[in-house]
Design a protein around this ligand. Structure first.
Ligand SMILES: Nc1ncnc2c1ncn2[C@@H]1O[C@H](COP(=O)(O)OP(=O)(O)OP(=O)(O)O)[C@@H](O)[C@H]1O
Ligand SMILES: [Mg+2]
Length: 321
């Protein structure tokens, strides 16, 4: 067996033409390629069923790929599975530690499983529990921890093997904003100390506040990839829905710089640059004899982005329905 060489210059994660067809015929990944630089904080964004967990499952060797290649710091996952996995820490979406164990034991036993000597594991556990603000809970039954503490314990556990790449699958799903912020801080600290982080999330806000680069995946395809900053520039459009009194005229007024569409016989859908003056819109509607009863902003920005990036996504079907 040849020895895998961890390369200092290689991407933290390099995926090429990754495909996954599940036994039931579902094509969860249809040729995904992406690269994550060492030290990066990278978000994998996508709606339900996009293929995020499948991708993470393959990288962490819990799911068998159908085709494609995965390298972790230059170590090929197929050829040097154990060496590649040693570089990765995984925080799965579901809480999966034993609730009847104490945090300290959970951490030390986990490290032991990966061959970390007990004395060293104890030192690391203290460090990680302190970082997770759980040191005072080290000897309590894990069952008694709050939801947010349990999530932090999951991260602390993944850090016990000193992974160079930390992968989190929706680490903040279902936790309130205060706990989420606390976890963001922890993750920023971990990243600042040199660990490359990849996380999946539904929340654009989360990606926005944490990540430098991101990929958007939809129906098993990467539809957008690049720096967070350039993506946000594309989001410089605001969307509104107007509820209209009475019926709409056959011909809608044109508004320069904006896109106005009839969603149904008494709802208008408007996309306009953020800097544009809404008064211009109301003037045009007034002149066309259209009376607006109420208005609301269109769903969340990420959802809007999906619609624009994918064109035929579920979200756009729902909007058209
Ligand atoms: N074990 C499996 N067997 C068959 N199909 C599966 C399996 N796991 C996932 N799928 C399907 O593969 C597709 C991608 O699922 P995946 O869990 O990777 O999406 P996801 O992006 O993680 O979604 P979510 O945001 O809901 O967690 C979906 O259509 C899903 O139904
Ligand atoms: Mg998932």
């Amino acid at each position: 067996m040849t020895q895998a060489v961890v390369s200092a210059n290689a991407p933290a994660l390099a995926i090429s033409d990754l495909r996954k067809v599940y036994d039931n015929g579902v094509q969860a990944l249809k040729g995904v390629s992406l690269e994550v630089a060492p030290g990066d904080f990278f978000a994998l964004l996508g709606p339900n069923g996009a293929g995020k967990s499948t991708l993470i499952g393959i990288v962490s060797s819990l799911v068998n790929k159908s085709a494609g290649e995965v390298e972790v710091f230059g170590v090929n996952l197929s050829r040097h599975r154990d060496d590649a996995l040693r570089l990765i820490g995984l925080v799965p979406q579901e809480i999966n530690f034993n609730m009847f164990e104490k945090p300290l034991d959970i951490l030390v036993n986990y490290a032991g499983f990966y061959g970390v000597p007990r004395a060293e594991a104890l030192v690391r556990a203290e460090e990680e529990l302190k970082r997770a603000q759980l040191w005072d809970k080290a000897q309590m039954m894990s069952r008694t921890l709050s939801g947010g503490m349990k999530r932090r314990l999951m991260i602390a556990r993944a850090m016990m093997t000193r992974p160079r790449l930390l992968i989190l699958d929706e680490p903040t799903a279902g936790v309130d904003i205060e706990i989420r912020r606390g976890m963001w801080k922890t993750l920023k600290d971990i990243n600042a100390a040199g660990t490359t982080i990849i996380l999946t999330t539904h929340y654009l806000e989360e990606a926005e506040s944490l990540c430098r680069n991101l990929a958007i995946i939809d129906h098993g395809i990467i539809v957008e990839q690049g720096p967070m900053r350039s993506l946000l520039a594309k989001l410089d459009v605001e969307g509104f829905l107007f509820d209209i009194d009475g019926d709409l005229p056959a011909q809608l007024p044109g508004i320069e710089g904006a896109v106005l569409l009839a969603q149904d016989s008494h709802t208008l859908d408007l996309d306009m640059p953020r800097a544009m003056d809404l008064n211009r819109v109301f003037d045009a509607l007034n002149q066309a004899g259209i009376r607006v009863r109420s208005m609301r902003t269109k769903s969340n920005r990420l959802e809007e982005l999906f619609v624009r990036m994918t064109g035929n996504s579920d979200a756009s079907k729902e909007q058209a329905a």
